[in-house]
Design a protein around this ligand. Sequence first.
Ligand SMILES: NC(=O)c1ccc[n+]([C@@H]2O[C@H](COP(=O)([O-])OP(=O)(O)OC[C@H]3O[C@@H](n4cnc5c(N)ncnc54)[C@H](OP(=O)(O)O)[C@@H]3O)[C@@H](O)[C@H]2O)c1
Length: 319
Amino acid sequence: MRAVVVERYGNPASVAVVERLGPEPAAGEVVVRAEAMGVGYVDVMASRGLYAYFPGPGSSPGLEIAGVVESTGPGVPPELVGRRVLGLPAFGGLAELVTVSADRVLPLDDGVESEVAVALGVNALVAEIGLRRAGVDAGRRVLVRGAGGGIGALATQIAAAHGARVTAVTSGPDRARRLLASGATRTVGRDEGPALERDVDIVVDPVGGSALADHLRLPAANGHYVLCGAAAGAPSGADLEVVMEMFHSSPTLHAFSLNSVAPADLRASWGRVSALVGSGRNPGCRRGALPAHRGTGRAARRRTGRRLRQGGAAPVRAF
Ligand SMILES: NC(=O)c1ccc[n+]([C@@H]2O[C@H](COP(=O)([O-])OP(=O)(O)OC[C@H]3O[C@@H](n4cnc5c(N)ncnc54)[C@H](OP(=O)(O)O)[C@@H]3O)[C@@H](O)[C@H]2O)c1
């Protein structure tokens, strides 16, 4: 089988497609034949040696695949063979055959294409569970940083699908237009965010970086801040002192990683995300899908958002 491998840490040229022996599932595992693979910023970090849980050079990045269960290991019901699933491997997902722990494969509805499944994938799970932990609901004021990115676009749509009023912080007019069309109430430029928006109930932040402290001041009393990524770099401990400065407004900071989520909760979240998925047939919603045969660094389909449906009612546009 073919696999994308980080040969050494560095630039995209250090990532190659190689031939490997197909894996055998161990106890508690399944092997999935991948039809679509998601690529996110986390894979970029892994290939640069910036992600602690990546096993290192010689390994394959990739945290999500959609495909068909090919074989099962001891202790796993053999009836799973032939089922379409979203698989969440602990890396190794950029390969034709991928080993996944059986409790991290989630069922795919027949109507959901594999490309759509990975477009939602990890991003939708982070957004959905993060927002839920923060108590998203109709009328809540939600601010999303990095709203044009994978997690941010899905957080915008899912919060809007709950009836929240979403301020999307993003980097340019095209992204702003798409975010407004996919449910954001308003958009704010990256540099204006901390100055223009105050007293929000929930901040979803996959960006972190040096502007974290400014954004941590945005929640209203009893507000929630979901720090779920570091696309602009890891924040320093000093940034987090803001939380203590705000002691009397009782903020809740959620440092949120999907790695901490129990399998049953992943499955429940995926069920809620799947219920939001509409037809997914709007070609305008599709960007960045690459055929798996195009070679080094492209053997995957980049995750983006997709069309979601609110409770089976009016569709909410996504991108
Ligand atoms: N918590 C978890 O379990 C989990 C799971 C997967 C990934 N992650 C992490 O989440 C982060 C985002 O991942 P992703 O796949 O969503 O990345 P992505 O698609 O690259 O999106 C990141 C977005 O952040 C914004 N951004 C980037 N650099 C910025 C900067 N210097 N200042 C302000 N905004 C900036 C951009 O949005 P705009 O252009 O709209 O401004 C960009 O599109 C990564 O750190 C990743 O490792 C966390």
